[in-house]
Design a protein around this ligand. Structure first.
Ligand code: ADP
Ligand code: MG
Length: 706
């Protein structure tokens, strides 16, 4: 007898020929027995009990019945022709209706024979029936089968065509199940953990997830597999962190020097919030003790992350190092440059700006000053990470609005340090849910600013449709007459050229309508979109910033970071086309001054249920963390910005939107193990070592990526 194990090729399974094997590989990525075993059902059909016809009162529920057919009738003609089987159990009668394959069904069903019937109840006039039920004669095997929770598997159209629909896959799982009962599936978790947490063994769990005997067993199996999945993810992340901390000594910023102190005492225009102070302390603690810092700074829109970043840069300068700040767009980078130069005026600090638009002599000069260490702070776009940018001694790199940057871009900042990598502080644009942060950035330390500066009033958010257009214009006029400024934002999705063009046309049409409503010289309007030259964009933007224009018509280029405290109204057009985090980010552009701010969400009258939920959420709350949770529930964790490269999308069993508690436990358990036995040398951790060695091979190179 051949020796089967989890690595056995899938073509060696009975019932899988080479044709099917090829399909399983290309369609589902199933190459081996183990892969098939990890092709989990996505739901289960409850066949653990038989219902009574008498008890059926609601349509839409799925029921399993046992009884006999009294007679068969063909009713109607042409396209309305159908076969009706009068079905009876010991409590009453019900019709089973077939529109398709009538001849075949007629031959198969025999009056008087006992059948198991499964299907969805529909209402027909005053009675209920079942259309196209599954129907099988009662045999011992069928009864046993019927006593199950029946797994339903994901498949594809191509697989269906080769008999590998959910039933076909179920059959393969059954064959595999019988094979596997004869062998042992190696355990991956330490025995003491299984015992302490009263978890199923891997073998038990894998078998029960495909063939659960009841809901309790299914839950046990799922919990075990979810835990395992999240646990190994956390174990890897925490091991990366632990190794990195050992491998790289960070620059020691032990001095709190004149720059920091002067700025803090004399230049800061407001008192830091408690949360800001705490975070500055956390960061100082990292950088002050020779630990290499790799930290994620989370905070809601407007919570004041920038000033925290600036203070940290001053710490770097005080210790003789350079610092840099990288922003995802030219506009945002320039804003940072302008406001920071302003804040630091009179302190004798050299601040430079670098982006793709800085060229020629100017660039050459800048790069030279940077290499000589004359420029102390460099602010810019991703041009900062180009190879030809050489620092004298970069000590701290800050990345603002990080979700726009890929993992690789973050990693390349590491190389900018001469002796050792700079400390890295990553600031998010909008909050991400805790479970996601723990996974997508699980190897980073996390600081959270969970408090807004005092006096912030929530932005009043209202949902409006085209019917309210005149009212909305009226409102804008009132606000402008009171001296405020207004944003009007249009979607611009550059998925395809034609879509982009249509969006651009929309924007221009909107701009024209607004220009008619708000004519010069009384009103001045700025317009900014992605197809404009950077210099023109900047010119228009600056006019609005300086208050020369009252209305800014724009695409989402203004989404991140831009700060115009006098703007108090944000009108968003085609709101249904924006994602939640984008909407929150846009709304964050207003409410930055002392005036009451408004956000008007314009949409068409008809909305999908997801779009409705997004709009309702925006109207209900201003809390970015809450909005992020809703976003994750709607779109799934794999679709939240910034997580694509993180492995979150590859989770097979666990769901970050639902399994927060299991994740928390997994992280705690993993942290304890990494702390006491970081390389899994202890005999009790042998299964971990074995698992990580095999799985780790495919994931090399993770360790330097922040
Ligand atoms: P974000 O976290 O979204 O990047 P910013 O750093 O742009 O937010 O800060 C938003 C605004 O709040 C800025 O105008 C900033 O000057 C101001 N601000 C930051 N911290 C405080 C504070 N502690 N008190 C008052 N205003 C503050
Ligand atoms: Mg910001």
């Amino acid at each position: 007898m051949p020796d089967y194990n989890l690595h056995t090729k899938i073509e060696f399974l009975k019932g899988v020929g080479s044709q099917r094997a090829d399909l399983l590989k290309t369609e589902l990525g199933i190459f081996s027995f183990g892969d098939l075993l990890q092709h989990y059902p996505f739901r289960y059909v409850d066949k653990t009990q038989f219902h009574k016809i008498r008890d059926i009162h609601t349509e839409g529920t799925s029921v399993q019945l046992k009884g006999t057919i009294r007679r068969l009738e063909t009713i109607g003609g042409g396209r309305k022709m159908r076969l009706v089987a009068k079905f009876k159990d010991d409590s009453g009668y019900m019709d089973l209706v077939f529109f398709k394959g009538i001849q075949w069904v007629q031959k198969k069903l025999v009056p008087g024979v006992e059948y198991v019937v499964y299907g969805k109840v529909s209402r027909f006039g005053s009675s209920f029936n079942i259309v196209h039920p599954d129907i099988e004669p009662v045999t011992q095997a069928n009864l046993e089968e019927a006593a199950h929770l029946e797994p339903v598997y994901p498949t594809t159209g191509k697989l269906d065509g080769k008999g590998l629909d959910t039933k076909g896959i179920r059959k393969l799982q059954k064959i595999l199940y019988n094979r596997l009962k004869e062998m042992t599936i190696p355990e991956t978790l330490p025995a003491y953990l299984l015992e302490k947490m009263r978890m199923y063994s891997r073998q038990q769990a894998l078998l029960a997830v495909h063939f659960p005997k009841d809901f309790a067993a299914l839950q046990q199996a799922q919990n075990r597999l979810k835990f395992e999945e999240l646990f190994f993810l956390q174990l890897r992340l925490l091991q990366i962190r632990s190794r990195r901390k050992k491998a790289f000594k960070g620059h020691v910023f032990e001095r709190v020097g004149e720059h920091f102190i002067e700025f803090y005492n004399n230049k800061l225009e407001f008192e830091l919030t408690g949360a800001q102070k705490r975070v500055v302390k956390e960061i100082r603690n990292d950088m002050g003790h020779g630990k290499h810092m790799n930290r994620l700074l989370q905070g809601d829109v407007g919570s004041g992350k920038t000033i925290v970043g600036l203070l940290c840069m001053l710490l770097a300068l005080d210790n003789g190092f350079q610092a840099c700040l990288m922003a995802p767009t030219e506009i945002l980078a320039q804003q940072h440059y302008i406001s920071m130069t302003e804040s630091l005026k009179g302190m004798g600090i050299q601040v430079g700006f670098l982006s793709g638009s800085v060229k020629g002599k100017k660039r050459k000069q800048l790069l030279q000053f940077l290499e000589e260490g004359i420029i102390q702070i460099l602010i810019g776009t991703h041009a900062l990470i180009e190879d030809w940018v050489q620092f004298n001694n970069l000590g701290l790199a800050i990345i603002d609005e990080q979700h726009r940057f890929g993992v690789a871009q973050r990693a390349s900042l590491w190389k900018k340090g001469k002796i050792c990598p700079p400390h890295v502080l990553v600031m998010t644009a909008t909050p991400i849910p805790r479970t996601l942060a723990m996974t997508a950035y699980g190897d980073l330390d996390v600081s959270v600013i969970d408090e807004l500066p005092p006096g912030r009033k929530p932005v009043e958010t209202l949902h409006k449709t085209e019917h309210h257009r005149i009212q909305v214009f009226g409102f804008m006029r009132k606000q402008i007459q009171a001296g405020r400024q207004v944003y009007v934002v249009y979607p611009l999705i550059e998925e395809s050229e034609s879509e982009a063009l249509e969006d651009l046309n929309n924007l221009m049409a909107g701009y024209e309508a607004i220009s008619k409503e708000f004519p010069p010289p009384e009103y001045q309007i700025s317009i900014v979109h992605g197809r404009m030259k950077p210099a023109d964009k900047d010119f228009e933007m600056q006019r609005f910033v300086k208050g020369e224009t009252q209305i800014m018509v724009a695409t989402t280029v203004i989404e991140v970071g831009v700060n115009v405290p006098n703007a108090s109204v944000m009108v968003i057009e085609n709101t249904e086309r924006f994602g939640l985090s984008q909407l929150h980010q846009l709304r964050g552009r207003v409410g930055r001054g002392s005036d009451k701010a408004y956000c008007l969400l314009m949409s068409s009258f008809k909305l999908s249920s997801d779009a409705r939920t997004r709009i309702q959420t925006m109207c209900r709350t201003n809390n970015g963390f809450e909005i992020a949770e809703v976003d994750m529930n709607l779109r799934g964790p794999g679709n939240i910005e910034g997580t694509q490269q993180s492995g979150v999308v590859n989770l097979r069993m666990a769901d970050l939107a639902k399994d927060g508690r299991i994740l928390q436990t997994a992280r705690e358990v993993a942290a304890r193990i990494v702390e006491h036995d970081p390389e899994f040398e202890k005999p009790i951790h042998a299964p971990l070592k074995a698992y990580m060695a095999v799985e780790g091979k495919a994931k090399k190179g993770w360790s330097r990526i922040s």
